[in-house]
Design a protein around this ligand. Structure first.
Ligand code: ADP
Length: 200
């Protein structure tokens, strides 16, 4: 069996600027599952001027989290689409304990559970520097230094505690996010292949 035919329900977590989006693309190519990025969903809605976009724009530009209830609803809906039935990679979700519980409930209802959580580790000063560089190229509204620093604080307070929770479940895979894109993606592939063959 090749990797792409195996059901893989995956998450990638790490501080803002660790390179989750870039690595998420590599992971989905390898495992043949859809990438579901809450940040991308919100940004597309802001760009499209939808009701959802209007509700979340100011929150995102301030580097705060979109309320759990709203985020949970969007993800539950997305996970109910047929392409997510044989696996997925969530990027940027869950970000709070409440979101973990909501995700567990959605998966429980399908008789499913997470297979692995990739933690992309990176030092705060390194990620702040990367995001400032990205700001110059992409011009994301939440990439000013003040908002970048605030997003790091929000991550430390709300999201970092989830790592312990996934570790206790035995599904955490920690990978050093420092280095070239290919170097990091092959580290992730090795670590994930090992974890997935251990749980199957
Ligand atoms: P980064 O990881 O670089 O901060 P993301 O694209 O994952 O970028 O998220 C950008 C913003 O979108 C977050 O700062 C937050 O405002 C909002 N957001 C994304 N995912 C979530 C989530 N799961 N819960 C609440 N807010 C979210």
């Amino acid at each position: 069996m090749t990797e792409s035919h195996r059901i893989a329900r995956l998450l990638i977590v790490g501080p803002p600027g660790a390179g989750k989006g870039t690595q998420a693309q590599r992971i989905v190519e390898r495992y043949g599952v859809p990438a579901i990025s809450t940040g991308d969903i919100f940004r597309a809605n802001i760009k499209g001027g939808t009701e959802l976009g209007k509700r979340v724009q100011a929150i995102i530009e301030a580097g705060e989290l979109v309320p759990d209830e709203l985020t949970n609803e969007i993800v539950a809906d997305r996970l109910g689409q047929s392409d997510a039935a044989n696996g997925f990679l969530l990027d940027g979700y869950p970000r709070t304990v409440d979101q973990v519980h909501a995700l567990d409930a959605v998966l429980d209802a399908q008789g499913a559970s997470l297979d692995a959580v990739v933690l992309l580790e990176a030092d705060t000063e390194e990620v702040v520097a990367r995001l400032l560089k990205r700001a110059a190229v992409e011009g994301r509204a939440d990439d000013t230094e003040e908002v970048i620093r605030h997003r790091q604080e929000v991550y430390a307070a709300q999201t970092a505690p989830l790592i312990e929770l996934f570790s206790a479940r035995g599904i955490l895979v920690s990978v050093d996010g420092l280095g070239g894109i290919d170097e990091v993606s092959s580290r992730i592939a090795d670590a994930l292949d090992g974890k997935l063959s251990a749980v199957k």
